[in-house]
Write a new protein. Sequence first.
Length: 140
Amino acid sequence: MRLVLNGRRVTLAAHPLKRLLDVLREDCALTGTKEGCGEGECGACTVLVDGTPVNSCLVPVAHVEGARVTTIEGLGGRHPLQRAFVAHGGAQCGICTPGMIMAAVALGRKPTLDEIRVGLAGNLCRCTGYAAIYRSVQKA
Ligand code: FES
Ligand code: FES
């Protein structure tokens, strides 16, 4: 199957029912996307599919045939959100961070605090207490 992964056309030989999360980590060596719960509850595995945040642990890879998939690696490491999370303490253990950042990317430019809270409501963090995450998104 074919898709556009982080801006590059790729062809994958994965089983169509394999989870997108596992295809990214195991077949594509993109281990930035994390597994937390594995059942759609935590958001750690969030990636963008055609610009929309999805839990990649719930998506069979066949569902992204022909789609644009963006992972944390696709931001290149110097995205304003990545810098802001570093500068403002938005990451502690870091397990939730890639998913948080991908969900925040989908909020677009200058989201309000309420928009940030709602947009990140599906992303759980057990370390930061969320204030530093919201502050990081606002600063970005
Ligand atoms: S690992 Fe996918 S939502 Fe938790
Ligand atoms: S920084 Fe540890 S879970 Fe969020």
